[in-house]
Structure formats: C-alpha cells, structure tokens
Design a protein around this ligand. Structure first.
Ligand code: ADP
Ligand code: MG
Length: 339
C-alpha cells in the first residue's frame, strides 16, 4: 500500500516557489513591485551574471519594522489585503504574500531595511527558507534586498535557465517596462557594473520613450487621450511607419501594471490592421485606468493576465479611439521633440 504523508514545509515552499519565481527576471519583477508598493520615489536594480549569481534592489520606501521581518517571509503574509473582499478593490501591485517566501525558498537572501520612525535598521539573512540571522545595524531609510545564487538548491530549475546574457536581456526588457509603467519613480538599472537604464522620475512619458527608443520613434508618436464611463486611456501610439516585426513594442499598462490581455491586443492590432502590412505590429505605450471593481487581477500568480467585465465594449471603444487617431494622423501635429 502506498503511504500517504504530508510534505515538509520546505518541500511545499520549493514547489510553490516554482509558480512565482521562474527565472531571475521574476525576482526582479516581484522586488521592484514591492519597492513601488512601499511608496518609493527611487529604485536601483543591479544584477550580475544575468541575475543568477547576484541581484540587488534598493529603494527609499517605507521600510519594514524589525519585528515584522520574519513574518514578511512567511507564505501568505502580506500587509496589502486583509480579506477576500479586498481583492475586488486592490490597488497595490502585490497582495498574495508569496514573493518573499518563494524567493527565500530558492536563494540566499540578505535584507537591509529601516523605517523612517526607527533610529536603527535591521539586517536579516535567510537561505533556502531557513533563517540565518537578524541583527541591528545602521542603514538609510528604505529597503535593500540582495539575492544571491538563485536556484542553488533546486538544480532542476537552474538547468532550465538560459545563458546569463539572455536572462540579463529579459531583466533589461522588464526594467524598460517598469520605467514606462512608473514614470514618477526614478529608476537606475545596472548590469555587470554598467548603467544600462536611468530615468529621472519627472513623470514625462515622452522623455522616457525618447530615452528608451530614440529620436525617430519619438518623432512619430501620436498622442492618445480619452475618457469614458468605462475607462480612461492616455499615452502614445506610433505612426504606422514605425511598426515593428514583433509584438515587443506593443505595450500597455492597466492601473500601473504591465499586463497581457487578448482583448486589448486584439483591439489595438485591429485598429492598426488597415495601416500595416502582414506580420507587422504597432508601437504603443498606452496607460489604461479601469475601475478595479471591473477587473479581476487574481487570475494567475504572476498577475500578468487580467479579466475584464464588459469585454466587448472595451474592445469596441479602444479600437475606435485608436482607429480615429490613425485615420487623422496627418492632421494631428507631430509631437515636438526637444529633448
Ligand atoms: P505582497 O507583496 O503580496 O504583500 P511579498 O511576499 O512580496 O507579498 O511581501 C510581503 C510583505 O513584505 C509586503 O506585504 C510588505 O509589507 C513587506 N515588504 C516587502 N518588500 C518591501 C519593501 N521593499 N519595502 C517595504 N515593505 C516591503
Ligand atoms: Mg510583493
């Protein structure tokens, strides 16, 4: 007879970690989202060897109180929601309380943090879900996470990683989206001791697009601004002449979150269809604000997919707003480029 036994907490954590932390870029995503949720105005991300050996994320946010630190690393511990009802109105990027426990299950974590109200900071070490130490140290306000040797104790997972260069590229692309999705946060991204990306945090989207994608794209932008009962959208779309050979530049954000949505992609691509050749994709940087009661963000652990109520209306409106901008593109004045 096979014996039934409960898995050890360590095994449960490792299995669960696999859902949230697939690769180094997942660590960066979760920790940058935490930094933003903590109200930071400046976030610095540094990686080495594609993030596999070293990831450091520093913020100037609210910090974590010393007594709360071990709790933050428990599974399903969060300061962001209290009950399932809160899920319908959640405005923070995180809320499942899974990131820190998952990261700590599969790496060596060093945390240095200080709240504004405390005189001293704390330094906490945890490896493979096992607490190593918690001590008092001097530190600036805010939080720094250092993640070393990701997947050191899950070799099967580590084998599936791509080259350090490719993993680094994933993080680089993620950071571009983070910078676009939070124009009022000053980001710095350092890879292998080189500053790769930097944003001022002045809130100007056009400056960011110029910095990330250059002058030619910035000159070919059409501004979008529209408000209806269902949603608000602002941002830019690229004139058809700067269309791309892949979907990598079809970016849109819903309530500050970079997401993928079939319905939004279809609305955008259908609007561009009459203007593009086959296998060409639009350049867009669009910011949607949709009442969170019309959304379900809790579809998948990585929160990359959103469900909308009113799908059809959303599709129709987005498609027609973008179509109108494209049809009139030659009479819409060019976005001045003065950067
Ligand atoms: P979630 O983000 O879903 O709440 P996490 O596991 O990512 O879960 O984080 C657990 C908790 O740790 C957060 O709810 C927050 O209170 C705290 N925390 C994590 N990162 C930071 C940070 N950079 N600054 C301040 N608090 C943080
Ligand atoms: Mg989180």
């Amino acid at each position: 007879m096979p014996q039934i036994a409960l898995l050890s907490q360590e095994t449960i954590d490792k299995i669960a970690a696999g859902e949230v932390i697939e690769r180094p870029s997942s660590v960066v995503k979760e920790l940058v989202e935490n930094a933003i949720d903590a109200g930071s105005s400046a976030v610095t991300v540094e990686i080495k060897e594609g993030g596999v050996s070293f990831i450091r994320i520093s913020d100037n946010g609210c910090g974590i109180e010393r007594e709360q630190i071990p709790l933050a690393f428990l599974r399903h511990s969060t300061s962001k929601i209290k009950s399932v009802e809160d899920l319908f109105t959640v405005t923070s990027l995180g809320f499942r309380g899974e990131a820190l426990s998952s990261i700590a299950a599969v790496s060596q974590v060093e945390l240095i943090t200080k709240t504004n109200g405390d005189f001293t900071g704390s330094r906490y070490l945890i490896e493979g879900s096992k607490e190593v130490s918690l001590e008092e140290i001097g530190a600036p306000d805010g939080t720094t996470f250092i993640i070393r040797n990701l997947f050191y104790n899950t070799p099967a997972r580590k084998k599936f990683l791509k080259s350090a260069q490719t993993e680094g590229t994933y993080i680089h692309e993620l950071m571009q989206r983070m910078i676009l999705s939070h124009p009022d946060v000053a980001f710095k991204f350092i890879m292998n001791n080189q500053v790769k990306l930097q944003s001022s945090g002045n809130g100007n989207i056009k400056d960011i697009i110029y910095h990330l994608y250059g002058r030619d794209i910035t000159k070919a932008l059409l501004p979008i601004a529209h408000e209806s009962e269902l949603f608000k959208v602002s941002g830019f779309i690229g004139k058809p002449m700067i269309s791309r050979g892949n979907r990598g530049y079809e970016l849109y954000f819903v309530n500050g979150r970079f997401i993928r949505s079939q319905i939004l992609s279809k609305a955008i691509e259908d609007a561009f269809k009459p203007f593009l050749m086959q296998h060409q994709y639009p350049f867009t940087v669009l910011y949607f604000e949709i009442d969170s009661s019309l959304l379900d963000v809790n579809v998948h652990p990585t929160k990359m997919e959103l469900r909308f109520s009113n799908q059809q209306e959303l599709y129709r409106e987005v498609q027609s707003i973008l179509s109108a901008a494209l049809v009139h593109r030659d009479i819409i004045p060019e976005v001045p480029v003065d950067t």
